[in-house]
Write a protein that binds this ligand. Structure first.
Ligand code: SIN
Length: 281
């Protein structure tokens, strides 16, 4: 599909499209940014290849879509608070984003998206998978839609950061684990309406969600577990194989993702910058 200046090629039936014909390190005209934004809304996650993105140009591109979101759990662990260098070294047992998740949903206003730039790519492994949460919602029965349409979900970062989670010992990308770290907890609806497309999406993820509001974790488990697994059925997904200079730009409001932990003896390095979002409703 050719828009006015970019070419958009879907990579699966569910979501995801590669964008050709644009160098995102350049100061792009507003009309091209509008086309890229539309492609993101249409496909949930978009990919660019062979980009040369120094950190200042990476930030400049991100700022065309919103303010940079500073991740609270990487504050002080990374040289630049606006950037998360996602590094996986040989021997790392754990990696960033190894469960299906929306990013950083423990905060009241989670990021609307992220722009992820692949710098060093293993010869095989290290892909990211994405899942379309509009489809996850739309394929539920009317009874289930009615039931979960009334529910709020407890989102926390207690399994991802802090001294108790202690994840940094088994991976190269450290998070805050100092004694001053405090858990962040917020409630979000199980079903959200995308602020730009107006479509309903399932908004639950393995990394952050522990219970429904007003229920114990044990009581929540059967339904929560069902919805979490349903959210990444194969027919809702796409998988992206990086080459150096690839960029993935995902819409965190309607897409979940997972970093596949299969890079074996290889190093993988990427730079992620997140974009401020609004309160999910
Ligand atoms: C993330 O969850 O933001 C990291 C994705 C990846 O490393 O593939």
């Amino acid at each position: 599909m050719r828009n006015a200046s970019i070419e958009v090629s879907p990579i699966s039936g569910a979501l995801g499209a590669e964008i050709q014909g644009v160098d995102i390190s350049q100061e792009l005209p507003g009309s091209v940014i509008a086309e890229i934004r539309q492609a993101l809304l249409d496909h949930g996650v978009i990919f660019f290849r062979d980009q040369k993105l120094e950190v200042d140009r990476h930030k400049a591109f991100v700022r065309r879509f919103g303010e940079i979101f500073v991740h609270p759990n990487f504050r002080g662990t990374q040289a630049d608070p606006e950037v998360v260098n996602v590094v996986r070294n040989p021997g790392d047992a754990r990696i960033v984003g190894e469960q299906w998740h929306h990013d950083t949903t423990m905060v009241a206003e989670p990021p609307m998206g992220a722009v992820f730039y692949a710098i060093e790519v293993p010869p095989y492994g290290g892909d990211t998978m994405f899942a379309n949460q509009y489809l996850a919602y739309e394929t539920l029965s009317d009874g289930m839609k009615d039931l979960i349409g009334k529910l709020n979900v407890v989102h926390t970062d207690r399994n991802l950061a802090g001294p108790r989670a202690a994840v940094s010992k088994s991976r190269s990308t450290a998070v805050r684990e100092d004694a001053d770290w405090q858990e962040t907890v917020n409630l979000h609806p199980a079903v959200v309406t995308h602020p730009e497309t107006g479509r309903k999406a399932l908004f639950l993820n393995h990394s952050h969600c522990v219970a429904f509001e007003g229920m114990t974790e044990d009581e929540s488990k059967p339904l929560l577990g069902y919805l979490l697994e349903h959210g990444h059925r194969p027919e809702f997904t796409c998988r992206f194989r990086y080459t150096p200079g690839s960029v993935a730009f995902w819409d965190n409001r309607c897409v979940k993702h997972i970093a596949v932990n299969d890079a074996g003896p290889f190093r993988r390095v990427a730079r992620r910058i997140q974009i401020q979002g609004t309160r999910p409703v």
